[in-house]
Design a protein around this ligand. Sequence first.
Ligand SMILES: C[S@@+](CC[C@H](N)C(=O)[O-])C[C@H]1O[C@@H](n2cnc3c(N)ncnc32)[C@H](O)[C@@H]1O
Length: 281
Amino acid sequence: MSTEPITTAVEITDEEMRSIQDAIMKRYGIDFFNYEPKSFKRRLQRIYRKFNFKSSFDLWSRALKDKDFVHEFINEVSVGLTSLFRDPEFWKTYKSLCKSQFKDQYRINVWHAGCSSGEEIYTTAIVWDQLNFLDKVKSTATDISSRSLAQAESGSILKAKLPEYDRNLKEFDSSINIHDYFDEDKDEIVFREKYLQNVKFKNSNLIMEDYGVHQYDIIFCRNVLIYFDGPAKEKVIEKIYNALKPGGFFIIGFLDSMLSYLDEDKFEYYDLRQRIFRKKN
Ligand SMILES: C[S@@+](CC[C@H](N)C(=O)[O-])C[C@H]1O[C@@H](n2cnc3c(N)ncnc32)[C@H](O)[C@@H]1O
């Protein structure tokens, strides 16, 4: 018989959800209005359980009184599910794309938007190393969660995750040994510093930040837009379009259902199956 305590989720109305989003916006200037309501409510319920809140009023008053609470809030609201060589087939396609498109390019600018705890960055660094591109790649890695970002910057991965990661890695390229890239610690493996030296980490909210113009050759935004509602997706895609160089690549995840938001005049399909798009010139 299960010994798990039975907890009933507190019902959260749309109005309560909006009042919480409003409190966070007014107190901290952070915009959560565009999150998809159902999944945002589920996250709020998790926060209720964790902090033992009985009602939205408890959360609302804590958010207004305790300025450190916002970090906890962000960490709980953003879900950082990720993996090393997540979707190995994608990484095979990605590697051959980079080989054919960037072989002769002196500098490659890459942005990992919503990098979570860093596995996507470590994966690309391994690919760059295989292609001998490490010295010419400059990457920016951003996430709204300061906890995830600190984890990403530390390069460390719990050993418990190794079996899954090693399976992905072997599926991508059976000749790679994970220990060629990671040093072993007690409970963790740590990605070698030399592979992260051209990565700049930055805490930022995709919905609010300014992305700049014609900056990037590649923008990863995998499994992030899934949390946003339609208007927010449109806004982010428009800004990503502007931030890409002409001919630059925009990469989303298999969970991101957003083909209808991609304007055919602006993006062409480079590889639809692997969710790789290209900015039209
Ligand atoms: C599911 S993870 C995806 C990680 C990685 N891209 C991958 O596919 O393996 C989604 C990440 O998006 C981040 N995120 C969610 N909302 C965000 C926002 N508004 N701005 C920046 N990052 C956000 C979360 O903190 C989380 O780390």
